[in-house]
Design a protein around this ligand. Structure first.
Ligand code: NAD
Ligand code: YCP
Length: 310
């Protein structure tokens, strides 16, 4: 008997997905991922198809987690030139299967999950790596990820000040009128003295320099997902203790890691599992690339909560 998969639209994803539920689930998923075969996660390298004619990319990301009983793929487009047109720069759908039978369970919006699970992964990194009593948050970029990070990181630290910088001043002003923050005119002004820094931009060349960063600060570097792009200077990468979500992906996809030839200290999952020690007192970087595994556990959470309400 064939059954129709459940379609779950963005508003319904938003209604059931709560950051307080998501952060611990992503933390556990990052831990399982870093256990290798014992973690029961299968996550092949993702495929990028360049749509050169239109300056876009199509990305396919698949994962299975035995422990979480979830099997899913996210299909996503990234069209940077959509910025300012009213069409988002990232758009996606997640397809969820039942691992025990292979049945197609659901097709759901992937945009809300991409925003929230990326910010949740940075929240996990920040929990382990931010200096004690972090008070100043700096956000570079004012788009979708900048906004979701503003929300997720407030679950981890009691910030007294949030600073925002964006290449288009008006975008930073709009951000600040919606999410309480101070607009900065330069990256340097935003970064100096901050305890936690988020880089969530489409920069292709480094925008943050080592000398601006407060010793011991923690940086969540979310953009520059391309082997030729950098958000952080090579000096900053080399002098910081660098963490990633997936070593394998970082060596393949991260210009911040590849160009700087920096040494990766740990995956965030290693900190979760206690196999590597978090060095909170040092200047730390979490180079985030995003994992299919994060989408798969988030999609299962959304599906289960959505079906409870049916
Ligand atoms: N690590 C992950 O899991 C993950 C997930 C989703 C998105 N991303 C990446 O995060 C970044 C932000 O994504 P988003 O969804 O917020 O995009 P967005 O389009 O909503 O926002 C992009 C931001 O970058 C700024 N920007 C554009 N060009 C720039 C430049 N040359 N220098 C500095 N800033 C520039 C824009 O003004 C805007 O504030 C992108 O690089 C995206 O690919 C990473
Ligand atoms: O993990 C993700 O969902 C995104 C896809 C776009 C590039 C950055 N990472």
């Amino acid at each position: 008997m064939s059954r129709l998969p459940k379609y779950i639209e963005a508003d319904d994803v938003k209604r059931v997905l709560k950051m307080t539920d998501l952060i611990p689930i992503i933390e556990k998923a990052m831990g399982n991922f870093s256990k290798g075969e014992d973690g029961g996660v299968v996550q092949p390298a993702r495929s990028f198809i360049p749509v050169k004619k239109h300056a876009g990319s199509f990305i396919a990301m698949c994962a299975y987690s035995e422990k979480d009983e979830t099997l899913a793929t996210k299909l996503l487009t990234r069209y940077q030139e959509n910025a300012g047109t009213g069409i988002p720069t990232h758009m996606s759908a997640i397809i969820l299967f039942e691992p025990s039978t292979g049945e197609l369970k659901s097709i759901m919006d992937g945009d809300v999950i991409t925003s929230m699970r990326t910010a949740a992964a940075s929240a996990v990194a920040t929990k382990y790596l931010a200096p004690e009593n972090s008070k100043i948050l700096c956000i570079l970029g004012s788009g979708d990820q900048a906004r979701s990070h503003y929300k997720s990181l407030h679950h981890i630290c009691n910030f007294e000040e949030v600073r925002v910088w964006s290449p288009t001043f008006k975008n930073a002003q709009d951000f600040s009128s919606q999410l309480k923050s101070k607009v900065c005119e330069t990256v340097e002004e935003a970064v100096r003295g901050a305890d936690v820094i988020v880089t969530a931009t489409f920069a292709k060349q480094p925008i943050v320099e080592w000398e601006w960063v407060k010793p011991g600060a923690h940086i969540n570097a979310v953009g520059a997902v391309n082997k030729k792009w950098q958000e952080l200077s090579s000096e900053l990468m080399q002098k910081s203790v660098v963490h990633v979500d997936s070593r394998e992906a970082a060596m393949k996809e991260s210009g911040d890691v590849i160009i700087s030839k920096t040494e990766i200290f740990a995956e965030i999952g290693d900190l979760v599992n206690g196999t590597k020690e978090a060095q909170k007192e040092k200047t730390t970087v979490f180079k985030s690339l995003g994992m299919a595994m994060e989408d798969a556990v988030s999609a299962k959470l959304v599906y289960d909560k959505h079906m409870e309400n049916q």
